[in-house]
Design a protein around this ligand. Structure first.
Ligand SMILES: *[C@@H]1O[C@H](CO)[C@@H](O)[C@H](O)[C@H]1NC(C)=O
Ligand SMILES: *[C@@H]1O[C@H](CO)[C@@H](O)[C@H](O)[C@H]1NC(C)=O
Ligand SMILES: *[C@@H]1O[C@H](CO)[C@@H](O)[C@H](O)[C@H]1NC(C)=O
Length: 112
């Protein structure tokens, strides 16, 4: 993550890396969703297509990595979480929730 700690307003770059274990990351719906906030997000989640950065489907046992950049421009509370989730976006859901509410991968950091 850069900058670390986060600065606002500032362009934020985050790199994720992982190994596919279930073969469910598929084009075009798999998305990386980054949410920053405490009880509520400080700004709308940033959403990035996973298959834009890598060949899909990602077969089981394949390592993959993705770097994304977004503008953080919000007041950061003294304590907050950075949540990263990957799932398959349900295109009929206005809240861009994941199909079957299924999170395929996640990571979380708490800043205080
Ligand atoms: C997808 O990748 C293309 C080419 O690298 C890039 O121009 C585009 O901004 C990407 N789209 C998203 C939504 O990240
Ligand atoms: C951040 O948001 C404020 C208020 O909406 C806006 O005035 C400012 O231009 C934004 N900064 C950047 C770098 O986009
Ligand atoms: C997708 O979203 C719609 C609208 O919220 C919902 O009715 C449907 O059950 C969701 N489908 C899945 C597979 O999660």
């Amino acid at each position: 993550m850069s900058p670390d700690p986060l600065i606002s307003p500032h362009l934020t770059t985050i790199t994720i890396a992982g190994e596919e274990v279930d073969g469910l990351i598929i084009d075009p719906v798999s998305s990386l969703v980054i949410t920053i906030g405490a009880t509520v997000p400080v700004q709308p989640p940033s959403v990035f297509p996973v298959c834009n950065a890598t060949d899909c489907p990602i077969f089981t046992g394949t390592k993959y990595t993705q770097t994304v950049t977004f503008l953080l421009n919000a007041t950061l509370p003294p304590s907050y979480q950075i949540d990263l989730t990957i799932g398959n976006i349900n295109s009929s859901s206005p809240q861009m929730s994941f199909l079957h509410d299924e999170i395929l991968a996640c990571a979380m950091a708490t800043v205080s």
